[in-house]
Design a protein around this ligand. Sequence first.
Ligand SMILES: C[S@@+](CC[C@H](N)C(=O)[O-])C[C@H]1O[C@@H](n2cnc3c(N)ncnc32)[C@H](O)[C@@H]1O
Length: 229
Amino acid sequence: MSQPADALSIPSWYRDATADSRMTPGHDPVWRQMIAHIPEQDLAAATVLDYGCGQGGLLRLLHALRPFRAGLGVDVARDAVARAEALSAGLPLAFDTPSALAGQPARFDLALSHEVIYLLPDLEAHAAEIRAALRRGGVYYAVTGCHTGNPMWPRWRALVAEITHTTPQDFSLDDFHEAFAAAGFEVSARQFRFEGFVPLKPGAWTKTVEEALRYVTETKTMFRFRLPR
Ligand SMILES: C[S@@+](CC[C@H](N)C(=O)[O-])C[C@H]1O[C@@H](n2cnc3c(N)ncnc32)[C@H](O)[C@@H]1O
């Protein structure tokens, strides 16, 4: 792991450092659905990037379900990166801060991010760094329900600012589209949805069953940003 040179470097995403670990079991069913939506089935020869990887659970799950050649997870949360490394011993996975991508040749076939792009202060810079990281024909799947079209966004925005070390942005789905289209990506998107039953955990994020169901069917969105060959 390189030294955390990133200007945005933080110890953990949540201010309560123990809470980062709880994202892994909480997000597991959502990651499974995200992977199920990815049409590329055979990843045996692929290299995969997870941007904002947290403790690396999405990469480990993808490797278990659709083995790939090598993966890199990057995150500004230093302790999460260290924990991801420790939890991934023996797997072809590396973890680092995002500055590790700078100056690297385009070497990824697939890039992923789950609930990260709404936290990035400069979408144009992010589109440019993903463009530089992907091989021609490479695809970036970015999932988020955190955008200005989310009716719960004012409440969620305040919550993220209060309980995490990051400042949420105020992006619309069109902002994501425009930033990646301007960087030369072919852009498509789908509502996230959920095959089968939606796990319910009423709490600070979704307070009612109706909010939880509407969130996954209408609000949470999965973008497919593809670089032409
Ligand atoms: C909601 S968590 C999602 C973590 C993981 N993707 C998951 O699905 O569990 C957001 C993650 O984005 C990371 N993050 C925030 N700002 C970032 C940035 N500028 N660059 C890279 N990662 C960032 C946070 O540290 C945190 O791990």
